[in-house]
Design a binder for this molecule. Structure first.
Ligand SMILES: Cc1cc2nc3c(=O)[nH]c(=O)nc-3n(C[C@H](O)[C@H](O)[C@H](O)COP(=O)(O)OP(=O)(O)OC[C@H]3O[C@@H](n4cnc5c(N)ncnc54)[C@H](O)[C@@H]3O)c2cc1C
Length: 439
């Protein structure tokens, strides 16, 4: 009897789990994936994808206004929230089916069940009670909305999960948070016609983004009628009739809905991780080594770096399986799934979110300023120029051996006068997220 039922057991069928499972199966590994809610995870079911559908819906209000300037007569438009949500649900169901079918086509066994770790190699499927022996386990359980510190009235607050199922469009919505999720929802609701108040703790929205971008986005939001309150938190929420948020300076703001979008925390509890001997980092995620291995080497973690201990690669989860199966690695094709060469890791290049044109949320501009100063290879441009002037050796020589003047350097097409510009552009590029939009 084989020692293990599967080579790889993936817990959680979100973006990371699905990809790792498919690629590992494509390399010949026997893979099972368990999902307790819906295949597709946060991104497809209650994150990027439905959010983008709401973003598209909200943009039409601007288009209707602008159309008149281009000669169109637009009848008084009206908006139907229920229709939008129903259509959104239909599209999400289609995507979920596509994800499931792609997994099955790749030979992955999909089990709709909560999975629990019994011990280092044994996983229990809660739907049936079945036990599965796995050589490798990948924890790909993602995260959940962080409600913040308990304040009076927190039970009246909704999270980003709930937004996609609101029975009606709130006339007034209060949003707490300054990250990209809070900002996007503020703009969505403003575009759909709600009166929006956004309150964040920091001195400006979008911490970590470029300062000019932050200022511009805020100005545009305010121009669209969103009230942005910075440097404040919510002290309590009351529901005397309508909801009322009281800020730490005593100001009270009434709203029909109060949404907290103040961060997400890793899903690491309630399925036997610690009991199996997996160490949890101080930041609340699974502690891993540079190869995404937990304290149990055959048990790996996939997830965002902020959901774990430190800067680690996001998707190198099934490398062990590839090795175990003795399969050839295909670094270009499978870069995201674990086929990086030994020692290489993406660490700080892994963005918290992809597809945002304004900059990498992970390469925090504030941090970056203090931490890393870009030094082009070969030294700074003016020092290189001085070296060349003092040392004629690298100059171009013609057939006759005479100097032909300064060598022409190619910095991404820049002329000599703009020497260094290419270096700068490359440095900027390296700070940008590599991955493309996930949707
Ligand atoms: C509102 C919102 C908007 C976003 N917009 C963007 C965006 O525009 N661009 C972008 O790049 N990112 C965006 N993100 C982030 C993106 O959704 C996440 O980074 C991504 O989904 C994380 O993928 P994951 O596979 O790590 O986890 P998840 O997608 O969260 O998947 C984890 C899965 O594991 C399951 N699970 C958990 N525990 C168990 C268990 N014990 N047994 C079985 N199953 C379990 C969960 O049900 C879940 O389906 C957004 C997130 C939110 C909330």
């Amino acid at each position: 009897m084989a020692q293990y039922d599967v080579d790889l057991f993936v817990i959680g069928a979100g973006s990371g789990g699905v990809r790792a499972a498919r690629i590992a199966a494509g390399h010949g590994a026997k893979v099972m994936i368990a999902e307790e809610y819906r295949v597709g995870g946060t991104c497809v079911i209650r994150g990027c994808v439905p959010k983008k559908l709401l973003v598209y819906a909200s943009r039409y209000s601007h288009d209707f206004v602008e159309a008149a300037g281009f000669g169109w007569t637009v009848p008084q438009p009206s908006f139907d929230w229920t229709a939008l949500i129903a259509n959104k649900d239909r599209e999400i169901a289609r995507l979920e089916a596509a994800y499931t079918s792609n997994l099955e086509k790749a030979g992955v066994e999909v089990v709709m069940s909560r999975a629990m770790l019994d011990d280092a190699h044994n996983v229990r499927l809660m739907s049936t009670g079945a036990h599965v022996r796995a050589e490798h386990v990948l924890i790909s359980t993602g995260g959940q909305p962080f409600p913040g510190h308990s304040i009076p009235g927190i039970e009246h607050v909704i999270s980003s999960n709930d937004v996609f199922h609101l029975p009606e469009l709130p006339r007034r919505i209060f949003i707490h948070g300054g990250g990209y999720i809070a900002i996007e929802f503020a703009c969505v609701f403003a575009g759909l016609g709600s009166q929006v108040t956004l309150v964040c703790r920091a001195q400006n929205i979008l911490r970590g983004f470029d300062d000019d971008v932050r200022a511009h986005v805020r100005a545009e939001m305010e121009r669209d009628g969103i009230e942005v309150v910075t440097g404040r938190t919510v002290a309590r929420v009351d529901k005397p009739g309508a909801l009322r948020a009281r800020l730490d300076d005593g100001r009270e703001i009434e709203a029909d809905r109060i949404l907290f979008a103040i961060g997400r925390s890793p899903n690491v509890s309630g399925f036997g991780l610690q009991e199996a001997g997996v160490n949890i980092a101080e930041t609340g995620g699974i502690a891993v080594d540079p190869y995404s291995r937990s304290s149990l080497p055959h048990l790996r973690r996939h997830g965002l770096r902020r959901q774990a201990d430190a800067g680690r690669s996001r998707q190198r989860a099934d490398r062990g399986v590839l090795r175990a199966r003795g399969r050839r690695r295909r670094p270009d094709r499978d870069r995201g799934a674990g086929a990086l060469p030994d020692g290489a890791h993406l660490s700080h290049r892994v963005p918290a979110a992809a597809g945002d044109p304004v900059g990498p949320p992970d390469a925090h501009a504030d941090e970056a300023r203090g931490r890393r100063r870009y030094r082009p290879r070969g030294g700074l441009p003016h020092r290189r120029a001085r070296r060349r002037r003092d040392d004629p050796a690298p100059r171009h020589r013609g057939e006759d051996g005479r100097h032909q003047g300064r060598p022409r350097r190619h910095f991404g097409g820049a002329s000599d006068r703009r020497r260094g510009a290419g270096d700068h552009a490359r440095a900027q590029q390296s700070l940008r997220p590599r991955s493309r939009a996930v949707t």
